[in-house]
Structures are given as C-alpha cells and as structure tokens.
Design a protein around this ligand. Structure first.
Ligand SMILES: Cc1cc2nc3c(=O)[nH]c(=O)nc-3n(C[C@H](O)[C@H](O)[C@H](O)COP(=O)(O)O)c2cc1C
Length: 252
C-alpha cells in the first residue's frame, strides 16, 4: 500500500473531543481558511461559507443546541454554511432574478461544496497536528440554530467543526471491511452477515479497550438501536427549516 505524508495522516484520523485550553494562532486560522477556500466547487459557483464563532455567548447557545459539552468549549468553533444568498445578491445587483437558486438541485450543489470544504479544512488541521470533531449535533434543533446565527434566507448551516490542540489520543475506530463497502461495477445487494459478525467483534473489542467511556457495544447494535429507532425528534424540522429558508422549493 502506498504511504506518504498525506495518506499517513488520513489513515491516522480519529475524532478528538477533548482539547487543550488554547485557540488557533492567526497563522493557523489563515492557513485553514486558505485551504478551505481552495476546495473544488460545483460549477464554480462557490456556494459555501464558514462562520468562526468566537463570541462566548453564541458559543454557549450553540453548545446548548447541540447538547454536547465540547461544542464551543476549548479550541475554535466553525459553522459550515450552504450559502446561496451571496449569489442571489450578485444576481440582484446586476438586475437578474433568483433563477434556479431556490431549487433542490442548487441546494444539493451547495451541500456538496460545503461538506467538501469542511473535510478539506479538517484534513489540513489534522496535518498541522490539530484535532477535530465534525458536529452534526448543531442541527439537533435546526430552527433554533438558524435563529441564533441570524442567518438570511438562502443559507443553511450544515455542520460544525471544533478544531483545537488535542488533549487525548483515542484509539483508531475500526471501519467496515472494504468488501462490504466497495463494489466493482455491480452493487452487491446481499449483505455478508458472516463478515459483519466478525466486524462486530472487532468493534466490541475496540469499545472494550478504549480508555475513555468503556462500554459493551457493536456496530450492529448501534444500527439496530436508538440512532435509527422510529421516533420523532427536532431534527425532523430540517425540511421545514429548509423551506423557511426558501431552499428546496422546486418549480412545479
Ligand atoms: C457528518 C458527521 C457528523 C458528526 N457529528 C458529530 C457530533 O455531533 N458529535 C460528535 O461528537 N461527533 C460527531 N461526528 C464524529 C463521528 O462520531 C465519528 O467520525 C465516528 O464515530 C467515527 O469515529 P472517528 O472519526 O474517530 O474515526 C460526526 C461525523 C460526521 C461525519
């Protein structure tokens, strides 16, 4: 297998949830922004933006929404936003209407830009010896988040990213065997449950050995459990919030 600086870092990826009481230097911040801005962008429309949340009050509100104590605590908090507003303003400035900006298609492209930008920043941060947590939890109460961030229509906060100097070194979390998630030409509709059982054992060992919260668990347990259980939660507001933000409103 090929080994180089980039690949070694990618293969060492683990989510960091405990950071030292330090913030990014101006140079680190500038570097991360530059990397993020150079990310590929669908149709060269640059429909993503980043908010650096430095205000303690705002960080506390986002932490409360996410329900996770490390959100907006030590380190730096970024919110990655699908941003179709900027292009709307450019079009309006030049006397054009909103065109296709409200469609699901254009939103989807904005999502693609936003997620890629986040991942690029995350990889750069890790290559600089920093640690990251990607934060889907910022959308546990999506209507509240849009309000707290005072976002204009045609924007939507997709993910947060907590970046900082690691204060822990968790073990690598084992992933599904490659045969279960990579296919050649033909999607394999038969899940290999024998292979899955072996993987479950590996995950159970991982949970047993990991030094932070020890627990008995497997991958299958998690898929069978609460994460996908039929229940109504505030995250189900996402479609409504998208519509309130005038996004994903297709032409009839
Ligand atoms: C889209 C996305 C959202 C995530 N949201 C959270 C989150 O809200 N809180 C958290 O602690 N980790 C979050 N994670 C991190 C995952 O829990 C983590 O990547 C996964 O358990 C695998 O562990 P690893 O990254 O250490 O390999 C998120 C990851 C992704 C890709």
């Amino acid at each position: 297998m090929t080994s180089n600086f980039t690949i070694n870092h990618q293969l060492e990826h683990r989510t960091i949830r405990k950071f030292k009481d330090q913030t990014l230097t101006a140079d680190q911040l500038q570097t991360l922004y530059r990397v993020a801005s150079q990310t590929s962008t669908s149709m060269f429309m640059q429909q993503a933006s980043i908010m650096h949340i430095t205000d303690d009050n705002l960080r506390a509100k986002i932490r409360q929404i996410s329900g996770q104590p490390y959100v907006g605590a030590n380190g730096d908090l970024f919110i990655f936003i699908v941003d179709l507003y900027r292009n709307q303003q450019i079009r309006h400035h030049n006397g054009f209407d909103d065109g296709r900006l409200h469609t699901t298609d254009i939103f989807f492209q904005g999502m693609e830009d936003t997620v890629l930008m986040l991942q690029n920043m995350a990889i750069a941060a890790e290559s600089m010896g920093l640690g990251v947590t990607i934060l889907g939890s910022i959308n546990d109460h999506p209507a509240e988040l849009v309000k707290v961030l005072q976002l204009p229509k045609l924007t939507f906060p997709v993910l947060g990213l907590q970046v900082g100097v690691p204060d822990q070194k968790p073990q690598l979390k084992p992933r599904l065997p490659l045969e279960m998630m990579s296919f050649e030409n033909q999607y394999a509709t038969q899940v290999n449950f024998e292979q899955l059982a072996k993987y479950d054992q590996i995950v159970t060992n991982y949970y047993d050995l990991r030094d932070t919260s020890k627990r008995i668990d497997s991958f299958t347990n998690q898929i069978d459990g609460q994460k996908l259980a039929k229940r109504s939660i505030d995250r189900d507001q996402i479609v409504q919030v998208l519509h309130d933000q005038e996004l994903c409103l297709d032409f009839k």
